[in-house]
Design a protein around this ligand. Sequence first.
Ligand code: PMP
Length: 349
Amino acid sequence: MHNFSAYFRPELSDLKAYDSGRDNTNTQIWLDANESPWDNEGAEQLNRYPAPSIALQAQLAQFYQVKPDQLLLTRGSDEGVDLLMRLCARPYQDAVMIFPPTFAMYSVYAKIQAAQLIEVPLKAEDNFAFDEDLFDRKLTVNTKLIVFCTPNNPTGNTISREIIIKICNRVKNQALVIVDEAYFEFTEGPTLITDLNEYPNLVVLRTFSKFYGLAGLRCGVLLAAPAIVNACKAILAPFPFNTLTLNALAQTLRGARSVWEQQHAVILNERKIMQTVLSKLSCISKVWDSASNFLLVQCSDAKKVWEHCKSAGIMLRYFPETPLLENCLRISIGLPAENQKLIAVLKEF
Ligand code: PMP
């Protein structure tokens, strides 16, 4: 039996997940939660706190091909990162390791938790490859979380499964290895989800905000060993999701995959076109390969290009003062007509 308590803050060990009793299907009359007995809004039963639905949990588990107890629905994958930091990193004692340039919120949540941040920069000169030597030199015994993002935002490249698995083994009984697969659906894989049964300290994060087109719902999932899922539940707010979100998500999961497949093909095709066209523009000096739904480009003067596009009504992502991203812009792949418009505006520059 694996000793999961080695990963979690010991002062949290006596916390249990909030039990709402709302999953008790025998109950006819609810007089336990000081709710209003009137359903003034009709159909959706908004007078009641939202029940954690066993059916939705089963739907999600099937969607991600895990067992229901290996999955926690979160308010975006953002919340998954935050929960893990709060669960594992003791303030002023433990460290979180990240690989910049990467998703900015990892360091924000680490800071909120007062965890030490260990940065192991990707090798900018080698297309942002993972730096194994530097990882070896920077890993400390107080490192409790290692956060991989693959495909990485904003560099667009992937980190190999072999490297991640090697590190899972290396830090077993010491640290959790988070693999943020927010953009996984745009890659050819492999996913680390299939490794969860074998590597107890592995946690995979997925989101409905990108490929599935539901950023407005704020839903993600944390996939991990049941012991990790339960420990996260214990520090989660009661009833974190509202009824409307839960209903909309269940509806989406029942929906047709063919729409996503069709949109996926459009994005990959547009990514290829945009990479070729952008790399020929005089204001852009480099376009990196991307396994995601965005392209990272280097400009002669990123600030001026960004401002020019902004004044033409097109918002791109600019990274002022971010190390290794000097003069870089991140461009999401939009609709074909939107991408064409961007090209026209960039040609004017
Ligand atoms: N991870 C990565 C790598 C991201 O780029 C983002 C959003 N930009 C998130 C997580 C958060 O996504 P959400 O909270 O919408 O699931």
